[in-house]
Design a protein around this ligand. Structure first.
Ligand SMILES: *[C@@H]1O[C@H](CO)[C@@H](O)[C@H](O)[C@H]1NC(C)=O
Ligand SMILES: *[C@@H]1O[C@H](CO)[C@@H](O)[C@H](O)[C@H]1NC(C)=O
Ligand SMILES: *[C@@H]1O[C@H](CO)[C@@H](O)[C@H](O)[C@H]1NC(C)=O
Ligand SMILES: [Ca+2]
Ligand SMILES: [Ca+2]
Length: 274
């Protein structure tokens, strides 16, 4: 054990010597003896100042500092641009009526009119009117005929409820392909008189007159009175001297009367024979 420690001491000593020897070789200014004489390690003198280092990296940003004091009031700024047009306001109240204006200047004289060549159109329109009137008349006639008509074996009888003179009545029956009624026998006379009385009328024209020869009565078809007549008692009496036409009363009796009188009348229509 003692032997081992000695050996270690020797080894360390040798190592130290070697170390000092190495140092002495690197630094010629120090005598190797000085080191060896003391056997102690003391710090060397301060070295020369090193070279200036490179500048370091930029440091981190510092913390936000405390709020500064309120600044002084600034000067008045420049005037701004004009603003946009505002919204339309509500409708105002109605104003008072203005004064009447001055009369205007009178207009120039118009041109002379030209003669209208509408004669033919007027004629056509006129014809149309006539046709329409005829149609209306025909319709009315047919309506009335269907409403009330009497018949015998040979004839149809129809009282036209329009007040007409004898001549108008003659025409009226003829344009409808009929003739003013001619009671030539009892049967026919009875049919007509029943028709008058049942309709509530008092008198109607029948197709009989003495216009051509006073006192000589003929029918509308120009046939003379034959075996049959049905004059009211005292008739015909030519009372006013102008009684040339004949009316049938609701009793069926005949009376000569003035032709220009107007009253209802009876048309007769022949039944078609095969
Ligand atoms: C009229 O009477 C005569 C006789 O008086 C007669 O011969 C004739 O047939 C009659 N006529 C008619 C239409 O009745
Ligand atoms: C009927 O009267 C007319 C006119 O007054 C006259 O001329 C005629 O002789 C008269 N006839 C009869 C039958 O009275
Ligand atoms: C007969 O006719 C005449 C003339 O229109 C009239 O004055 C007279 O009253 C008539 N007779 C009858 C019974 O209606
Ligand atoms: Ca007469
Ligand atoms: Ca009379």
């Amino acid at each position: 054990m003692e032997q081992l420690l000695w050996k270690l001491e020797t080894f360390l000593l040798l190592l130290l010597l070697l170390f000092v020897q190495v140092l002495g070789l690197n630094d010629d200014s120090r005598p190797a003896t000085e080191v060896c004489s003391t056997h102690t390690i003391i710090p060397g003198p301060k070295g020369d100042e090193g070279e200036k280092g490179d500048p370091g990296d930029m440091g981190k940003q510092g913390k936000t500092g405390p709020m500064g004091l309120k600044g002084d009031k600034g000067t008045i700024g420049h005037m701004g641009d004009q603003g946009m047009i505002g919204k339309m306001g509500p409708i105002g109240r109605k104003g008072e009526k203005g004064l009447k204006g001055l009369p205007g200047v009178s207009g120039g004289k118009g041109k002379a009119g030209s003669v209208c060549d509408c004669g033919k159109y007027r004629k056509v329109v006129g014809q149309l009117d006539i046709n329409v009137a005829r149609l209306k008349s025909s319709i009315k006639f047919v309506k009335n005929v269907l409403a009330g008509i009497r018949e015998t074996e040979e004839k149809y009888y129809y009282i036209v409820q329009e007040e007409k003179s004898y001549k108008e009545a003659l025409t009226h029956c003829r344009i409808r392909d009929g003739i003013l009624a001619m009671p030539k026998d009892e049967v026919a006379n009875a049919a007509i008189s029943d028709y008058i009385s049942q309709s509530g009328f008092f008198r109607v024209f029948i197709g009989l007159n003495d216009m051509e020869n006073e006192g000589q009565f003929i029918y509308a078809d120009r046939t003379p009175l034959q075996n049959y007549s049905n004059w009211k008692e005292g008739e015909p009496q030519n009372e006013s001297g102008e009684e040339d036409c004949v009316e049938m009363l609701s009793t069926g009796k005949w009376n000569d009367t003035e032709c220009h009188h107007t009253m209802y009348f009876v048309c007769e229509f022949p039944k078609k024979r095969e």
